[in-house]
Write a new protein. Structure first.
Length: 387
């Protein structure tokens, strides 16, 4: 099972507040990058650390024990004599995980029993990323192939919170783009590089379960999706560098794309004004807000509304609180609905979006989707006005 690898990396979580898009496509991708860097066989088996994706009724259904030797992944913190507090972001770099320590040549410790609880979450939605599977009794016969895990601070502060030398991916800048003085890159080039790196990993490792792809294809009903729109409304201010984008900006951009130049925004709209390439296509809307759907259906031009497709039965929030909070006991369902949106939008030619891990997952899954980042345009306008 483990021939050709120097050990196994268990991928067990994101941060405790992360939801499906961030856990499955940011934290997992970054840990897969680490596994590739150090020739470790990846094994995804998640616990309930990331509470917004873990559904006890679905994921917490069995316990498995097997024998292994746990390896150590050191950090720079361990090499320093001072005591640091994780609240100080100036020392996040000290938590960057270093090269995993191999088993000493004359190491005499025998393998110990290792217990894992639950089904690991991942395979509820995706196919395994490797052949390693204690549930199916597929483990390393050679006990010198150690099992490694990234500690929480290594993962959240070291990788997600700082600039690791091997380049972790991020869904947006979190302010680090400005702090790191990225003068050699524009913000669009920064996103391009993130997406290219992540797309390689996604193509290599992340394969959704067939039923999930079927659900996504059913959203379009064999129609061609020319434009997708990811309209994120809730908890936008929880992490830095994002803005809440008014729904009218989506409509304005959509009309600029699909109608002839002679059309004036605010005038009556009909089929005559639709550009030929869009007349037989549909527009897919993914949103966490029921208010967004209501506003679209009530105020957008009829000929646009007739072409809108969305998950009609999806759980949505009617407040500023995120769906994964308001629907706290149905995480399997909300995970599924987010993933269906991602794989549906990845079938569209263009995506209108703000800054979100869900939007980035679309580009990681299908790099050919054209990005129109409304958050970026609004942010640049605000900065220019402040200067």
């Amino acid at each position: 099972i483990c021939a050709g690898y120097d050990g196994v990396l268990r991928i067990r979580s994101g941060d405790e507040g992360a939801a499906a898009g961030t856990v499955f496509f940011i934290y997992v991708v970054n840990q897969l990058l680490y596994a590739d860097l150090y020739n470790l066989m990846p094994w995804i088996h998640m616990d309930n650390t990331s509470k917004h994706i873990y559904d006890f009724s679905i994921h917490h259904n069995n316990t498995i024990k097997f024998e292994t030797i746990l390896g150590e992944i050191p950090t720079k913190v361990e090499e320093e004599s001072k005591i640091y507090t994780p609240k100080d972001d100036t020392i996040y770099h000290l938590y960057i995980p270093q090269s995993p320590k191999p088993l000493p040549e004359h190491y005499s410790e025998v393998a110990k029993e290792y217990t894992i609880e639950g089904n690991g979450v991942w395979e509820s939605y995706f196919q395994p990323v490797s052949r390693f599977s204690p549930h199916n009794n597929r483990i390393c016969k050679n006990k010198k192939k150690l099992l490694y895990e990234l500690e929480y601070n290594q993962l959240v502060l070291g990788i997600h919170g700082d600039s690791v030398p091997w380049g972790a991916v991020r869904a947006w800048t979190y302010g680090y783009f400005e702090k790191e003085g990225q003068k050699e890159l524009t913000i669009r080039e920064w996103y391009r590089d993130m997406r290219r790196k992540a797309a390689v990993i996604v193509r290599k490792y992340i394969r959704p379960q067939p039923w999930l792809l079927l659900r996504a294809s059913q959203q379009l009903q064999e129609e061609e999706c020319s434009i997708g729109m990811h309209i994120r409304e809730t908890d936008k201010t929880l992490s830095g560098g994002r803005l809440r984008i008014g729904i009218n900006l989506y409509l304005d951009q959509l009309l600029k794309l699909v109608v002839k130049p002679i059309y004036k925004i605010g005038s009556n709209f009909d089929e005559y004004h639709m550009k030929k390439q869009y007349k037989d296509t549909i527009f897919y809307v993914a949103t966490d807000s029921s208010k967004v759907i209501d506003e679209i259906m009530e105020t957008w031009p009829t000929y646009i509304v007739d072409r809108i497709r969305t998950q009609s039965s999806a759980i949505r929030s009617n407040s500023s609180e995120a769906v994964f909070v308001t629907a706290a006991h149905t995480h399997h369902r909300t995970n599924t609905e987010v993933l269906v949106d991602i794989y549906t939008m990845s079938q569209c030619s263009i995506l209108l979006h703000g800054r979100s891990a869900v939007s980035e997952a679309v580009f990681y899954t299908n790099p050919d989707v054209e990005s129109i980042d409304l958050d970026m345009d609004v942010s640049l306008t605000i900065r220019q006005e402040m200067q």
